[in-house]
Ligand binder design. Structure first.
Ligand SMILES: [Zn+2]
Length: 706
């Protein structure tokens, strides 16, 4: 699912296409940094022997033939990479964000199956889950219905005759079918960055079928080939709506040309990370002023929210000042075809088998996934995202018992204390800014496991017989839930991720970190793990999320989540200098021949990775001052286990296609870089693994921000 919100910073991006995949042999890695000189010969390390099954699991993932000071990721993960195959239905599969997700999904499947089979006490929660599951799993009924359930939605498009009727239809569809996103642009709801106690509507660029403007605008053979494949795909899919092959081909060409015009007026993805640039509380009148010809009141009335008034932020004003012109120079039949296509591609995964498969064929070209995930898994994902706090209730009962929350809170306390203790050592920060930074850290709140109050899904009506109707109802329900709150106080208790997901986030507008129960599991966390492993695993995630409050974007929000300047100018300038070091470092990374990372796009995540490992390690050392734990693996000390535990949460197989795609759309660096780059710049790691200057894992010019 694409991360729609501008402000939330998740630990990783889950791409909608994540349900697909491809297989690939473990790649041979190049050294992590540019400092590759012939250093001293590798140290002779003692043979490691596991003391119990947890230790055996750690050792089994290691490749002892690799020198940890040459490529720590490969050393920590090589054994796992050899034994694990990339499943055919996944573009990317990791020891954490793959194997753990599989285990969580199996639990969810059982919950949903039991609910549908009316096992046990059948309360309203089970009834709703059972209804959703029954309809989703009934592939025969979905196939039999074909395109029919979509016809009432598609038929609305015929009302488009001019710009006013277009805006009316788009407004109606945004609310009733797309749930905010969709054709032409996106409309969603978030706290106001300068008054984070109040929700405002947010309008942002969007409306394209490919996941980034680059895919329309780049002229290298790879990009051009993909755009051609997309156009063919659009034509093939339009065939399902009854178009003749000639008609479909002609329409596809015009649709892609129109989407290319939208891409041309869109800002580069990296710019959307800038909270100041994307803050323009212009209101509806301000939006009208950007382009006087577009009848915006018609849109907002059809959307069902005509009283938004001033409470509208325009994330990308330059997009909206040009959108009307792009629309006006496009013929009405093309706009209609574009709307039909946007509806079809959005609904495709919930339609009949032949449409799902045709849709997957293009997803496969984009992600490298070789086959479609089993239906049950697709239904589990839909339930997890759409009914997350219903299916999450049974999930946490099963998977998040005992003292997990207490242990996690203790760890957060140590990581935060260590972060604070490290601030005086940062020579670039003046005392005033430092005091305010400490205030911000102390004001930060944490959510662990699952919400204190479960969400009410009472208004969501589901059917046992119509899967597509359920999917649409879910989107409409979510949109109304958000939009009904425009201009109203912010619900700070709300969670923006389901409890059963393997992910975490920092929300700068609430100044909070959120760790769902789904990630508080092995290999990141277990109440049975030695604390060295927990601090390397989930502790690093805690340090990472904490650092997001102080990355190039998060640092612009104060302790209360208000977007305002609270830094002394000199500290701000020095921060930017330090951040530049990180940006340049990742700009230099080539993930595949000719495919480079975008240092600006990934800067916030990389700063969080650098700061996260440092805060987590210091937190571990702090925890150790009054506690010692028994050696888990003979020949490996606690510090070494900390770094091994960290790296092994990121062991990943990935298709080339997926790596290429993510280099463009993902604000996170690839797993290998997420491990090797922060470690090769961190003295604590050099000491623990005795990586001498001159080895690839010991950078000569270490970057440090936090
Ligand atoms: Zn992050």
């Amino acid at each position: 699912m694409h991360v729609r919100r501008l402000a939330l910073v998740p630990l990783l991006l889950s791409v909608a296409c994540d349900r697909q995949t491809g297989s690939q042999p473990p790649k041979t890695t190049d050294p992590a940094t540019s400092t590759t000189t012939a250093g001293p010969p590798p140290l002779q390390r003692p043979t490691m022997v596991a003391r119990d099954p947890i230790g055996a699991g750690v050792l089994a993932a290691v490749d002892t033939n690799v020198d940890p000071c040459t490529d720590f990721y490969r050393y920590a993960c090589g054994g796992w990479m050899r034994k694990t195959k990339l499943p055919d239905d996944k573009p990317r599969y990791g020891r954490g964000f793959g194997e753990l997700a599989d285990r969580n999904n199996a639990v969810l499947r059982k919950i949903l199956e039991d609910a549908a089979a009316m096992k046990g006490k059948q309360g309203p929660v089970d009834a709703k889950l059972g209804t959703f599951w029954t309809a989703c799993m009934d592939e025969t009924a979905v196939d039999k219905a074909g395109i029919a359930p979509l016809v009432p939605v598609l038929s609305q498009v015929t009302a488009v005759k001019d710009e006013a009727s277009l805006m009316r239809v788009v407004g109606k569809l945004h609310a009733s079918f797309f749930g905010g996103g969709g054709p032409l642009f996106g409309l969603y709801v978030e706290p106001d960055s300068k008054r984070p106690d109040v929700y405002v509507a947010q309008a942002g660029q969007g409306g394209t079928g490919l996941p980034d403007r680059d895919f329309y605008l780049k002229t290298d053979p790879q990009s051009k080939g993909l755009l051609t494949a997309y156009e063919q795909h659009v034509a093939r899919m339009l065939g399902f709506l009854g178009e003749t092959p000639e008609g479909a081909t002609a329409q596809a060409s015009k649709i892609v040309a129109f989407e290319t015009e939208l891409a041309k007026i869109a800002l580069p993805r990296a710019d959307l990370r800038d909270p100041e640039k994307t803050y323009n509380l212009l209101g509806v009148a301000g939006l009208e002023a950007l382009d006087a010809k577009t009848p915006w009141p018609v849109y907002f009335e059809a959307l069902g929210y005509k009283k938004i008034g001033l409470d509208l932020n325009i994330a990308t004003p330059t997009y909206f000042s040009q959108l009307g012109e792009v629309v006006r120079k496009t013929e009405i039949p093309t706009l209609q075809a574009y709307l039909r296509w946007t509806i079809l591609r959005t609904a495709a995964p919930a339609l009949s088998k032949e449409i799902v498969e045709a849709d997957f064929k293009f997803t496969s070209a984009l992600t490298g996934a070789k086959q479609l995930s089993p239906r049950w898994e697709r239904c589990v994902l839909l339930a997890n995202y759409g009914l997350g706090e219903l299916v999450g209730q049974a999930f946490v009962k099963e998977r998040f018992a005992g003292d997990s929350k207490e242990v996690a809170l203790t760890m957060i306390g140590h990581v935060e204390a260590a972060f604070e203790a490290g601030l005086p050592a940062l020579s670039w920060m003046d005392p005033t800014t430092r005091t305010r930074a400490i205030e911000k850290m102390k004001a930060l709140t944490n959510k662990i496991g699952y919400p204190e109050k479960w969400r009410d899904y009472g208004k969501l009506k589901l059917s046992k017989k119509d899967h597509l109707a359920n999917v649409i109802a879910g989107r409409r329900f979510q949109f109304a839930h958000e939009a009904d709150r425009i201009s109203k106080p912010v619900d700070k208790a709300e969670w923006h991720m389901p409890p059963a997901i393997v992910n975490a986030y920092y929300n700068p507008l609430v100044n909070e970190m959120v760790f769902p129960a789904g990630i508080l599991q092995p290999p990141y966390f277990s109440a049975d793990f030695p604390m060295a492993m927990n601090f390397g695993g989930i502790g690093m995630v805690m340090g990472h999320e904490l650092t997001h409050g102080f990355d190039d974007s998060g640092r612009k929000f104060d302790a209360k989540g208000v977007l305002r300047e609270w830094w002394e100018p000199a500290a701000s300038a020095k921060f930017d200098e330090r951040a530049q070091c990180v940006e340049k470092l990742y700009d230099g990374v080539e993930v595949l021949p000719g495919v480079k990372l975008n240092g600006k796009l990934t800067l916030g995540e990389n700063i969080a990775d650098f700061g996260g490992i440092k805060a987590a390690f210091a937190g571990y050392k702090l925890w150790q001052t009054d506690k010692r734990e028994a050696e888990l693996i003979q020949g490996l000390n606690g510090d070494q286990l900390f770094f091994l535990g960290f790296a092994q949460g990121w062991c990943t197989h990935e298709t080339d296609e997926s790596q290429r795609l993510r280099a463009t759309i993902d604000s996170h660096s690839p797993p290998r870089e997420r491990v090797n780059l922060p470690l090769s710049h961190f003295p604590g790691f050099w000491d623990a693994w005795q990586c001498q200057a001159g080895t690839p894992m010991h950078s000569a010019n270490a970057c440090e921000v936090w």
